[in-house]
Design a protein around this ligand. Structure first.
Ligand SMILES: [Zn+2]
Length: 207
């Protein structure tokens, strides 16, 4: 059986027609996608919907109750992460976006715990959204450490803008999928042709 590089067929949580990022980085990718118009399905429309979404991705401690303020906080963290991903193909992110994320990360600490068998693990200090964000930020930090973060980008096609993982060797990918690539490149072709024709007309006139 052939498996896609990101394991699209292997991960039942992944329901988008975009290749998922490797490992847990796809959770960050999925969060950003929930804010992208063509894929928006109301994941952050209520505390109930957010609870379901965080559970699906294993981010929420059992028994956590979320509030409307949590939904607002999740949406602002999503905008911050989207700004960082956009910056992977453009100018540096706005300082207020970085500050927003830094404040949220400082408020979502982790600690080491020893279990009865002597094994140790690092876990979020708090439950609820704060704990979920602690897990999410760890994924972001690990992606930076492993140099995967810069491969997370937003699709260039106007009207899409979905988050995708650039698997290309030179990290030169622009589109979330072949579908967007085909539409995007034919649009670029049309625009280039139009510019070229305008230029040639201009040349003729100046002669
Ligand atoms: Zn796209």
């Amino acid at each position: 059986m052939s498996r896609k590089k990101g394991g699209a067929q292997a991960d039942p949580r992944w329901t988008y027609r975009i290749e998922p990022a490797p490992g847990d980085l796809r959770i960050v990718q999925a969060l950003i996608i929930t804010g992208t118009p063509p894929y928006r399905r109301g994941e952050l429309s209520s505390s109930r919907a957010l609870t379901d979404w965080l559970r699906r991705w294993g981010l929420l401690s059992p028994g956590s109750e979320l509030t409307p303020a949590d939904v607002e906080q999740a949406a602002s963290v999503r905008s911050g992460l989207e700004a960082l991903v956009r910056a992977n193909r453009g100018p540096a992110p706005a300082p207020e976006m970085v500050e927003l994320l830094d404040r949220a990360a400082v408020a979502a600490p982790r600690r080491t715990r020893f279990a009865a068998d002597g094994s140790a693990r690092v876990e979020p200090v708090d439950g609820g959204l704060t704990g979920a964000l602690a897990r999410l930020f760890r994924i972001v930090a690990l992606a930076h450490r492993d140099d995967h973060w810069r491969r997370l980008k937003l699709c260039s096609r106007e009207g899409c803008g979905a988050a995708f993982y650039d698997f290309s060797t030179g990290v030169t990918g622009k589109w979330c999928s072949r579908r967007c690539g085909n539409r995007g490149s034919s649009r670029t072709y049309r625009e280039r042709r139009k510019r070229h024709l305008a230029r040639t007309r201009g040349d003729r006139r100046s002669r």
